[in-house]
Design a protein around this ligand. Structure first.
Ligand SMILES: C[S@@+](CC[C@H](N)C(=O)[O-])C[C@H]1O[C@@H](n2cnc3c(N)ncnc32)[C@H](O)[C@@H]1O
Length: 281
């Protein structure tokens, strides 16, 4: 069964995002409620590039991420996509220029400048990584201009339109999940259990999402389930994580195809876990 998606299904994520879920939503849209108009709020506590939100285009949403520069970016685009685009276009197209923009102090900039700067850094840095040093400064090296003009002003205007229906927050996931109520639907895409290398590199702003965070997440979802909240989550199929969701339905996707609910192979990879009522499938 395919869920009813409002409007076009064009990929509207304007960011390069490690772990972005463009492919997931194309293959697994049937895991989402049939009719998004029946839910109160669509809630995404680990927003990132927002591939799933932009694809589904729900009528009301709460979108959140712990990365304040990311939320500033969306707030800036929502406020004035044309000015953000103009600033983005005005930035340099060479390595030295990239480092000049990177060295700007975001605190000296207004919202639209902060949005344009981080969009520029994301589209021209190495592999679209989000990494910060211990002073909280973006420190990814230059990647080139190849991915810069893949987006255009119209993309920013479309993104702004969709964001107008959303409440944007910068928060740890726990508070966002605890605010959800019966009738809401949550999509969760937390950072996967990082390997040692990723932990050292800190892929995301607060890069280390460790096992205690996974436990906090499982507990918050347990509370939400008790309140009647429905949710779908992608996560690592690491046995320690799977153990946290013993009572939930889950399956391990295998290059676009899922095995039977509740059956996991020993392959490392992803698992999709959900609390959705049977009748929704
Ligand atoms: C895997 S990414 C989400 C990718 C997104 N689904 C997409 O399509 O681009 C995980 C996100 O969780 C955010 N994050 C990390 N720790 C968090 C926390 N404690 N609370 C909320 N968000 C967090 C990161 O900043 C990152 O944007």
């Amino acid at each position: 069964m395919i869920c009813h998606i409002n409007n076009s299904s064009k990929n509207l994520s304007i960011l390069r995002y490690p772990g972005g879920k463009q492919r997931f939503i194309q293959n697994f849209s049937h895991l989402f409620p049939h009719n998004l108009n029946d839910i109160q709020y669509y809630v995404e506590p680990f927003l990132g590039g927002g591939a799933v939100f932009f694809h589904l285009n729900p009528k009301r949403a709460v979108l959140s991420d712990i990365n304040s520069e990311l939320i500033d970016l969306y707030q800036g685009i929502r406020k004035d996509p044309k000015v953000v685009w103009k600033l983005y276009c005005s930035y340099p197209d060479n390595k030295d220029g990239y480092y000049e923009i990177r060295n700007m102090n975001p605190e000296d900039l207004h919202l639209l400048e902060r949005a344009a700067r981080i969009l520029y850094l994301n589209r021209t840095c190495f592999k679209g990584m989000w990494r910060y040093n211990t002073n909280g400064e973006f420190n990814v090296g230059y990647g080139g201009q190849d991915r810069r003009w893949v987006i255009d002003q119209k993309d920013l205007i479309d993104v702004a339109k969709r964001l107008k229906k959303a409440d944007l927050k910068c928060s740890d996931f726990n508070a966002i999940i605890d605010e959800s109520v019966d009738g809401d639907f949550l999509f969760l895409d937390p950072p996967y259990c990082p390997g040692q290398k990723e932990q050292l590199n800190e892929h995301y702003r607060y890069g280390i999402f460790a096992y205690p965070d996974q436990k906090r997440l499982a507990n918050a979802l347990k509370r939400a389930t008790k309140r009647g909240v429905q949710w779908v989550m992608t996560n690592s199929s690491h046995p320690d994580i799977v153990k946290l969701y013993k009572k939930n339905r889950m399956f391990q996707p295998d290059i676009g195809t899922g095995s039977n609910p509740g059956q996991l192979s020993t392959n490392p990879g992803e698992v999709i876990i959900f609390s959705i009522k049977e009748e929704m499938f």
